[in-house]
Design a protein around this ligand. Structure first.
Ligand code: 0L1
Ligand code: MG
Length: 262
């Protein structure tokens, strides 16, 4: 690690305040160009600890940058992970207030819930599918705390991978007999098709994203707990939204997820 504990704590407070005040800041590597991957995840962990100390529940985990569409859009290449804030969970049909967000975007994701914990190294798709309780359609609302969504990988890891809100569908499906690779996704904004994708867009198979998460956590001595939501990363590129927009995403076999931005 390159940063001392006081700097990590100060950067966590800086980024969390940017989130809470819905105010964009410049990317933290501008002032800390030598920070490394461990520093980046340590800042994210410190943000999580600040929230948990205030009683905020952590409701799950997320992968980011797992599809070619996202990698092309953001120009940063490696999958990364973050945590989900239980106070920011919505059900399909929800209205989401944009006044507490900076520059929100939506992306369609496939969610997994496990019936037993998974830990790497060596976790693979077969193990994930055997441990899957159900899959569910989800939409992530991301909102980078960085000006104009401009960042590098370390800055965005520290900023909890732009996690802001998420919306969950109401159909829970077991994976047996489901072809998750060929699961089609159509995202409509105000009635017009904005983007389409299939499950294979996520690392070839969305369960590969869960396996990668277990392996990334395992490398840090952690695991994926049973019973929490795991978002596998945007299959589509992220679509900008603003007050008044209506988003509807259809997922083959998993139903739809809808939301209104107010
Ligand atoms: O969930 C995501 O894919 C977000 C990854 C971070 C980059 C971004 O803000 O798009
Ligand atoms: Mg995402």
């Amino acid at each position: 690690m390159q940063l001392d504990q006081a700097t990590i704590a100060a950067l966590a407070e800086h980024l969390e305040n940017a989130e809470l005040n819905a105010t964009a800041v410049s990317k933290i590597t501008d002032k800390h160009p030598d920070m490394d991957w461990e520093d980046a995840y340590a800042i994210q962990d410190a943000i999580r600890a600040r929230k948990e100390q205030r009683g905020t529940p952590v409701s799950g985990l997320k992968m980011g940058l797992t599809s070619p569409a996202k990698i092309r859009q953001m120009g940063v290449k490696e999958p990364i992970y973050g945590f989900l804030n239980g106070l920011h969970a919505y059900r399909t049909g929800a209205t989401i207030d944009t006044s507490s967000l900076i520059h929100p975007k939506v992306e369609a994701e496939i969610g997994f819930v496990l019936n037993r914990p998974l830990k790497g190294p060596g976790c693979h798709i077969g193990e994930v599918l055997a441990a899957t309780d159900y899959v569910v359609a989800t939409v992530e609302v991301i909102d980078s705390r960085y000006e104009n969504f401009k960042f590098d990988l370390k800055s965005v890891i520290a900023d909890n991978t732009s996690a802001a809100r998420y919306v969950v569908g109401d159909q829970y499906r077991q994976v047996g007999g489901l072809d998750l690779r060929n699961l089609g996704i159509v995202l409509r904004k105000n009635g017009d098709v904005a983007t389409v994708a299939s499950g294979a867009a996520v690392l070839g198979h969305p369960a590969a994203s869960v396996a990668m998460l277990a392996n990334m956590l395992g490398a840090r001595g952690k695991e994926i707990p049973a019973g929490v939501l795991i978002m596998t990363g945007g299959a589509t590129e992220a679509i900008a939204v603003e007050k008044g927009d209506r988003i509807m995403v259809d997922y083959q076999w998993l139903g739809s997820v809808e939301m209104q931005f107010s």
